[in-house]
Design a protein around this ligand. Structure first.
Ligand code: HEM
Length: 391
């Protein structure tokens, strides 16, 4: 099963996959830095910023723009603009992170300025999608609903980012309000936009049996309300009241059930390697519905829990879905890529609170670096064959 993309769209996704390689190598540098202290004179925090923003801006988002709205020249153009700006922001995040630096007579945070331009390009794509893509004949009602929800959350996440840039410099509302906007941006972007856009692609490719109209409406409400409450779930517990935490747990339960209701028909329709992102989706749904409501666990308080949960989504669902949509799923490099992503996610378990045994930190640090390199290496033949070489 491959998504019918034209050559120019394939080249965009293959170029985005080249950005994935660079971002993954930055993740490897982070691991090398953790183990040996050598960070090529960048700070660990800035390497993490550069890694995550390149993954978001230049890998996942432009690829999903094309996959959600194939056949549109404007959509492709916006995807390229986002990709290129993301690449420009990469060295800026590496050098300055979110910090300001002197540009002529002004003190500006250069990476934040470029990120602002990227969000303007998101609006260009959203406008084009709403104008011509929303009512497009391709895709089922389920595809259109889920992709529309993902686009709404992309827009809402951008409001969080603008909120930070207005509230911060004006000193309004204190740290709490900045935190709320920060988590609104991050959670709506990952839990809303990236998750639902990847699910929409899965629906488009696997064509699962459609739920009854009433079930469809229930799933939409569960996801909208549940993901709507997700920013609170991402905040550290010491910033939250008991009531806010209860609401966040209820939201996680709703979103988890919504995702599980989508996982069942997708699992039935999936074969071979397509089962991998669907299984990851089921695990994410189960984690939200079962683990998040449990009182002793508040995973935003534990950095390694957050890294595990995020990579289950970003690598296991989003990345594997895009790569399978680009390439033939029986190609051996694609298989190697998917297996290396799954292995990497599995190796994020030991430092997390889900790991029931003692954590062998020394051995883990030695293994995780080389393992992190595998998806980056396997992606190179996939991007060459998927986008640039005659197939
Ligand atoms: C080969 C693939 C990948 C590798 C080797 C990798 C590696 C890493 C590493 C080492 C960190 C820092 C962990 C820490 O702070 O302890 C990290 C964080 C992060 N990564 Fe990845 N990653 C990969 C894929 C992805 C993808 C595909 C995305 C997004 C589409 C992504 C987004 C992020 C984000 C947002 C964070 C920051 C987490 C936080 O601090 O809250 N990563 N990654």
């Amino acid at each position: 099963m491959v998504v019918p993309l034209n050559d120019r769209e394939r080249r965009l996704i293959a170029s985005a996959l080249a950005c994935f390689v660079l971002a993954a190598l930055s993740g490897v540098l982070f691991r090398v830095g953790m183990q040996s202290g050598w960070t090529a004179s960048f700070t660990l925090a800035n390497i993490r910023h550069a890694h995550s923003h390149l993954m978001y801006f230049s890998w996942a988002t432009p690829s999903l723009f094309v996959l959600l709205h194939p056949g549109s020249k404007q959509s492709l153009t916006w995807a390229w603009i986002v990709l290129v700006l993301g690449v420009l922001s990469y060295p800026l995040f590496l050098l300055f992170g979110y910090e300001s630096t002197q540009v002529a007579s002004l003190s500006l945070p250069p990476a934040v300025v470029v990120s602002g331009l990227i969000m303007l390009a998101w609006y260009g794509w959203i406008f084009d999608y709403l104008r011509t893509g929303r009512g497009a004949s391709h895709g089922s009602g389920l595809f259109r609903r889920v992709s529309m929800l993902s686009v709404i959350f992309l827009f809402l996440s951008s409001l969080g980012a603008w909120g930070i840039s207005v509230v911060g410099p004006l000193g309004m509302g204190g740290e709490n309000l900045i935190d709320i906007f920060k988590h609104m941006f991050l959670s709506y972007f990952t839990e809303g936009w990236l998750t639902l856009a990847a699910v929409a692609v899965l629906i488009q490719v696997l064509k699962p049996e459609l739920p009854k109209k009433r079930t469809l409406a229930v799933i939409t409400i569960l996801l909208f309300v549940g993901i709507g409450l997700s920013p609170v779930l991402g905040m550290p517990s010491d910033l939250l009241s008991e009531t806010a935490m209860m609401r966040a747990r209820a939201g996680a339960l709703l979103a988890g059930i919504g995702l599980l209701l989508l996982t069942v028909p997708l699992w039935r329709a999936a074969d071979s390697f397509w089962k991998v992102p669907v299984l990851a989706l089921g695990l994410k749904g189960a984690a939200l519905a079962i683990l998040a409501p449990l009182a002793p666990i508040w995973w935003a308080d534990n950095h390694q829990d957050r890294v595990l949960f995020l990579h289950l989504l970003l690598l296991g669902i989003v990345t594997v879905t895009i790569v399978l949509a680009l390439a033939k799923d029986h190609d051996r490099w694609v298989k190697l890529f998917v297996v290396s992503c799954v292995t990497l996610i599995f190796f994020l378990l030991p430092p997390s609170t889900l790991w029931p045994f003692s954590f062998p930190a020394g051995i883990w640090l030695k293994v995780i670096g080389p393992l992190s390199l595998l998806p980056a290496l396997a992606a190179i033949p996939v991007l060459l064959k998927g986008g640039f070489l005659n197939r």
